[in-house]
Design a protein around this ligand. Sequence first.
Ligand code: PAF
Length: 283
Amino acid sequence: MKTFHTVAELRTALKSERLQDKRIAFVPTMGNLHEGHMELIRRARKEGDVVVSSIFVNPMQFSANEDLERYPRTLKEDQALLESNGCDFLFAPSASEMYPDGKRSQTQIEVTGLSDILCGATRPGHFVGVATVVTKLFNIVMPDCAIFGNKDYQQLKVIEDMVRDLSSNVEIIGVDIARAESGLALSSRNGYLTEAERNTATTLYQTLLWAKQQILEGHVSYADICEQAQQKLEAVGFKRDYFEIRAQHDLLTPSEKEKRLVILVAAYLGKARLIDNLTVDLP
Ligand code: PAF
């Protein structure tokens, strides 16, 4: 695997691949890679002739009070993992390579509406930062397809809508959530949890399963289900952010007829803010 730190070097390397008509599959990440990311890399390996990944802890998607400084940077370990899972090229730029004028770009991409709800309500500006950096990365890599985890369900929707709205020629592929045996969704932020909190954190998935069961059994008061779920989480030590049942296609409050639902949760535990989700397809 070759690692590039500048846009110019990566572009030169990819140009010769493109001239040979190779299909480029891209996996953007913020590093501190785990098995969940490797699922994305292995999927990219199946989708493309050339696999490109990026590691960039994007300052533009963190607000002032968030974990930008302490976000784990583990480039050496990440390179080894990427290489052993079949990645060909790694793009690992500095912040000044991506944002020569400072930590943000003057041009910003916003998928309006979708960016302000759920995680966007708690993290104002987050999805503008994500959409802008993903647009920049797409312009740099010019991939045929890009692979994202379903764990960041809202992020995936933002990117799908952005690509559709901007007529970008990139196929977006979502990959199922990778979970530990306990059910805990794999995440770099699990590293902030103590041993005891890691055990508690499994309640997040159990509560999603409980809520799914309630829906499948025909309970129609979604607000009630969500409130009870919040109380279950609080009982074991979580602090609330949101627990919501939404329509899969637009993440808005579903009509009574809606069959394709998604349960989304974000909650604080110790130093971590954890997110997870589960889809429900009614017959
Ligand atoms: O999901 C992530 O790791 C990031 O939000 C992404 C898509 C790499 C953009 O910085």
